[in-house]
Design a protein around this ligand. Structure first.
Ligand code: SF4
Length: 113
């Protein structure tokens, strides 16, 4: 029987101290992406939309729409464009308003012909 289990039974504490204190294991959680608008044009945004399996990304003109609520943090967009996409490190994504999870990311101007 694992020691941590026996220790927890003796002390009556069976959970971590989160959210009062950060949990060290949070560093290993997959998190949604963060986008660098200065490195995103329409062509690259379209490529990101194509690789996103959960349709969390879509483009409307010069804006990339990112639905954080639909993102599974799979990392495919970051793999497709590491120069423009990084991990956010943010996993506390609960919201009372669904609309607050939808981000509008401005894109660089028109691409060539
Ligand atoms: S991490 Fe995955 S689900 Fe989230 S936006 Fe990127 S490709 Fe889509």
């Amino acid at each position: 029987m694992p020691l941590w289990f026996v220790r927890g039974l003796r002390r009556g504490v069976v959970t971590t101290r989160y959210p009062a204190r950060p949990d060290p294991s949070a560093a290993f959680l997959p998190t949604p992406p963060a986008f660098h608008p200065s490195r995103l044009d329409q062509r690259l945004a379209d490529r990101l939309c194509e690789v996103c399996p959960s349709r969390a990304l879509r483009r409307e003109g010069d804006v990339l729409i990112f639905d954080v609520g639909a993102c599974t943090a799979c990392g495919r967009c970051r793999e497709a464009a590491p120069e423009a996409v990084t991990v956010s490190g943010e996993f506390e994504l609960a919201a009372t308003d669904r609309a607050s999870l939808v981000k509008r990311i401005p894109l660089l101007g028109e691409t060539g012909p």
